[in-house]
Write a protein that binds this ligand. Structure first.
Ligand code: HEM
Length: 437
């Protein structure tokens, strides 16, 4: 008798059929399941498939880290396949392993550090444009601003100078529509087709031209080889570039959007952050050479607390490739497993006063040691986010520099509604007022 057969336990769960997808209704459904049945719930999905909601931090770790080879990406990811083809986020098995090994070196700390000047430069543009907003007393649409900032930064980080020559040369940014729900209608399909043609023309241009002297992701991806010495084909490159843009853009934009909102409502934290960043001066000249720039402990705490409250990837899933056991529970082959950073990180059993903004939770005297927190905004294990270091550096530079120049204030006390799409956004754009420091 196999180990799985000898496990007698099915987790508690409701009768009937329950459908979970990455759609807004999934949040109340999963919250209700947890409230009634606990942190590991079993249920039947359409077509008789077994499904589980896993909110227990130990079981989540088991699933994503130790027992990761028994799972592949699950339901919900097919919705982004149209956009990402077989790129890193959606691929599985050997295809994923080969790409991950080829791409991982591009995200080394040293490589990411060579993008610091770019991060400073992109933030500086915001310093200039925000000055005019502050001067006129107009309100700042911080949601739109963060979208523009993060999109420009990731595109420049990938394409270097081709951002100007090939992408925004006629004014409009052809990638901007990605911030709308990219699965919606036919016009999006047409735009995506044009985007892929544009990317192919940039790849062709780059294959012919001399490699640029400055670092960018495209040059690293073009140089990457697998263990047989083979490089990415054009088709593979296309999928990996789209993946990088989609993965790297809305996630950082969303986090910064919520972070500015939280800072506007917490002026003391704003001032403390400004003081922490003051060491780099108002223009961050020379900051790129300072190894301490990546640390900024208070900024780290504030960003961690923002990601706890508003994790951009609020729900994701896995599919069991074989029978397995999580904790004492039987997981049959083919089951869908759902994990929600948003629910786990706001569970009162794991975090006291879970809906309150309190960056001290992540400080040295906070309730958890690093590595033991029920905190998974970047996932865990071999499929953990590759862009984590990049995004923290980007966000710390962005906040630190802008806070040298401005103080933000809320327009009202209304808490923004959540928009639970593939990424967690604010339902309406967040508007703030700006005051020059
Ligand atoms: C606050 C910012 C970000 C958050 C919260 C975030 C979150 C995540 C999460 C949760 C996953 C894994 C999903 C799963 O396990 O199913 C992931 C994967 C990934 N992320 Fe991020 N991400 C962020 C920023 C970025 C950036 C800036 C980049 C690139 C520059 C990036 C590149 C990737 C890639 C390539 C993967 C796929 C890794 C793999 O499957 O091997 N991410 N991200």
């Amino acid at each position: 008798m196999s180990l799985v057969d000898s496990s007698p336990i099915d987790p508690p769960g409701p009768p009937g059929v329950i459908e979970i997808d990455v759609v807004p209704e999934a949040l109340p459904r999963l919250q209700a399941l947890r409230a009634e049945y606990g942190d590991i719930v079993g249920f039947t999905a359409p077509k008789g498939r077994r499904a589980f909601f896993i909110n227990d931090p130990g079981a989540v770790r088991q699933l994503l880290v130790r027992q990761h080879p028994k799972y592949r990406k699950g339901k919900g990811f097919e919705r982004v396949e149209m956009l990402l083809g077989n790129g890193l986020i959606v691929s599985n098995g050997d295809v994923w392993r080969r790409s991950r090994t080829m791409i991982q070196p591009s995200f080394s700390r040293q490589n990411v550090h060579s993008l610091i000047e770019l991060m400073i430069d992109c933030t500086n543009r915001k310093v200039h444009s925000w000055r005019s907003v502050a001067a006129t007393g107009a309100t700042l649409n911080v949601t739109q601003e963060m979208s523009d900032f993060a999109l420009e930064l990731i595109l420049r980080a990938i394409f270097g100078t081709e951002y100007e020559t090939h992408i925004v040369n006629d004014g409009d940014n052809p990638f901007a529509f990605l911030s709308q729900d990219a699965t919606r209608d036919l016009s999006v399909v047409m735009k995506l087709r044009r985007l892929r043609e544009l990317l192919l023309s940039i790849i062709a241009h780059r294959r012919e031209a001399a490699q640029p002297s400055s670092y960018d992701f495209l040059s690293m991806y073009l140089k990457a080889t697998d263990k047989k010495g083979e490089s990415f084909t054009d088709r593979e490159l296309l999928d990996e570039l789209m993946t990088l843009i989609v993965a790297g853009y809305e996630t950082s934009a969303g986090t910064l959007n919520w972070c500015w909102y939280l800072l506007a409502h917490n002026p003391d934290v704003q001032d403390q952050l400004q003081q922490e960043a003051a060491a780099y001066g108002t223009d961050y000249a020379g900051a790129a050479d300072d190894p301490a720039l990546a640390n900024m402990p208070l900024a780290q705490q504030v960003l961690d607390e923002t990601l706890r409250l508003y994790p951009p990837v609020w729900l994701f899933s896995r599919r069991a490739l074989q029978d397995d056991i999580l904790q004492d529970y039987r997981i049959p082959e083919g089951a869908n497993l759902y994990i929600s950073p948003l629910i786990m990180q706001r569970t009162a059993d794991f975090w006291a006063n879970p809906d309150a903004f309190d960056p001290a939770r992540f400080g040295p005297d906070g309730p958890y040691k690093k590595g033991e927190r029920p905190f998974i905004p970047f996932s865990l294990g071999p499929r953990r986010c590759l862009g984590e270091y990049f995004s923290f550096l980007e966000m710390k530079i962005h906040l630190g520099m802008l806070l040298q120049h401005f103080r933000v204030e809320p327009l009202d006390d209304v808490e923004p509604e959540l928009d639970l799409g593939i990424n967690l956004r604010s339902q309406n754009d967040i508007q703030l007022t700006l005051e020059k420091r």
